[in-house]
Design a protein around this ligand. Structure first.
Ligand code: SAM
Length: 284
């Protein structure tokens, strides 16, 4: 039986064409073929680096169906590379289905290190990096987005989210409501490109900056939310939706039970809600 091929996960630049490794170019040249999110986009990139190779499409709409053919090829001994339009495949890009199936089939998957907007933004944003949470894109629907931000309100790690220029103003407005004025947010825009910018402040301040300068609303962007500090936590109390639930339940239940149920519903800490209810139940 022929030796099985390897699936290489190959990152490509997120803007600056200099951000590709020698190893990535060598791999893309030497594999039997390249699976690409958008073949036209990848061919242009290959032309720039002087790479000639077969390219076929593997994107979110055909990944499940294509994965079988890719696996068959790997089993027959062809090594293949997976690339997305920009940055690291699988990071908010196609590839998970294929990689998962490769593992199920005992096929070897090797990932090359390279450009990724999450790590670039984190490295320079000036927020804690020892632990962080990546949330991909926030929900597009306002109600769901606010609910997600309510959850993130008590997050004690730096939170990284991808954002689109169409939604940035709405998201910042929602962040102002849910995270308040004490919480620092960083907007990392156009990373590795000519107009690379980092803006830092609370959500209301960033919203003002972007409203004053429409150029700051353009391009590709990452938002980072500073971790909740215990002293800020005590000061700000739970989010608005959490407080509403707690106050409603307090009309019907003893304080301890109301705090416990609200904690479950909103994924909050019970003691924090208990404390808040003790301090506020008579003044609301
Ligand atoms: N796989 C990619 C990676 O490794 O970063 C991410 C793909 S995701 C579909 C695209 C999103 O990543 C953009 O909408 C933006 O939020 C973020 N992004 C990609 N390139 C960026 C850049 N140069 N500057 C800021 N954000 C970027």
């Amino acid at each position: 039986m022929a030796e099985q091929g390897i699936l290489y996960i190959v990152p490509t630049p997120i803007g600056n064409l200099g951000d590709i490794t020698e190893r990535a170019i060598k791999t893309l040249t030497e594999v039997a073929a390249i699976a690409a999110e958008d073949t036209r986009h990848t061919r242009k990139l290959m032309q720039h680096y002087g790479i000639q190779n077969e390219v076929f499409a593997l994107h979110e709409h055909n990944e499940t169906q294509r994965a079988d053919a890719v696996i068959e090829r790997l089993q027959q001994g062809d090594s293949l590379a997976l690339v997305s339009d920009a940055g690291t495949p699988l990071i908010n890009d196609p590839g998970y289905v294929l990689v998962h199936r490769c593992h199920q089939q005992g096929l070897n998957v090797i990932a090359l290190p390279g450009a990724c907007a999450v790590t670039v933004a984190l490295s320079a944003a000036g927020l804690p990096t020892d632990r962080f949470a990546f949330e991909g894109f926030l929900p597009a629907k306002p109600q769901q987005r606010r609910a997600k931000l309510e959850q993130l309100q008590s997050e004690t790690r730096t939170v990284v989210v991808y954002e689109s220029p169409h939604r940035i103003l709405h998201t910042l407005a929602d962040m102002d409501i849910t995270l308040g004025k004490e919480r620092n947010v960083v907007l990392a825009r156009e990373l590795t490109k000519q107009f690379e910018t980092y803006l830092s402040g609370n959500a209301a301040e960033l919203l003002q900056r972007l409203t004053d300068d429409k150029n700051q609303q353009r391009g590709e962007m990452v938002l980072l939310i500073a971790p909740l500090q215990p002293e800020i936590e005590a000061h700000t109390g739970p989010g608005e939706a959490t407080k509403r639930t707690l106050l409603l339940l307090l009309d019907e239940l003893p304080l301890k039970k109301a705090a416990a149920l609200t904690a479950k519903i909103h994924d909050e800490r019970k003691n924090r809600l208990y404390q808040w209810a003790l301090e506020n139940k008579n003044s609301q």
